[in-house]
Design a protein around this ligand. Structure first.
Ligand code: HEM
Ligand code: HEM
Length: 140
């Protein structure tokens, strides 16, 4: 692994979402009020799990985390996810006006994930072909 600043940013963000997601989980368990279940699930899955994986993939394959497309993917996820979770919380609390924001934010997150898939397909193989000798990766 390496000290890729983008990997570090993803992992720190992931840890924050993990802490918040688990606090919601404990609160749901303690109060018996499971009405915020989708919020808890998506804080943990789009926040902690997805961001930790983005961080680990960025550490293993730094080429996936540089350039304009990688920046766009970073910001789409980091603007889309909190917007989506905020709107989801309002909707679960009965604020119907949050619905269109939830829709737009979901699309931003979805497009960011498609961009990540594109980066995986276009960058990961290309990295090993262009900078590494035959036979595998060079240890950093
Ligand atoms: C201290 C840690 C946690 C506690 C106390 C906790 C508690 C809960 C509770 C009370 C529910 C509602 C169950 C129900 O109404 O059926 C729930 C659902 C859920 N939790 Fe957690 N949780 C914790 C951590 C996590 C983590 C780390 C993840 C993901 C990485 C996670 C993912 C989910 C998911 C996906 C659901 C929805 C499951 C379904 O659709 O039935 N939870 N959790
Ligand atoms: C743009 C991204 C996403 C959108 C718009 C979305 C939307 C939804 C919706 C509408 C539901 C049904 C909720 C309900 O019945 O109340 C759901 C459930 C669920 N989703 Fe997602 N999802 C997204 C991303 C993800 C990701 C990345 C994961 C896992 C890594 C995930 C895991 C789950 C799980 C486990 C459930 C069942 C628990 C629950 O009801 O909240 N979702 N999602």
């Amino acid at each position: 692994m390496n000290d890729n600043p983008r990997a570090r940013a993803w992992l720190r963000l992931a840890a924050v979402y993990f802490a918040v997601g688990v606090i919601f989980g404990v609160l749901m368990g303690a109060t018996g009020d499971h009405s915020l279940l989708p919020l808890h699930a998506h804080i943990n899955l789009l926040g902690w799990v997805s961001m930790a994986l983005f961080g680990l993939v960025s550490a293993a394959y730094p080429s996936i985390s540089v350039g304009r497309l990688a920046n766009a993917q970073f910001w789409m996820h980091n603007v889309g996810v909190p917007m989506m979770l905020g709107a989801l919380m309002l909707k679960l609390r009965g604020v119907e006006a949050a619905e269109p924001v939830l829709g737009v934010a979901s699309m931003v997150v979805g497009l960011g994930v498609l961009l990540f898939a594109w980066l995986v397909f276009t960058r990961i193989g290309a990295e090993s072909r262009s900078v590494q000798p035959p036979g595998g990766r060079v240890a950093a």
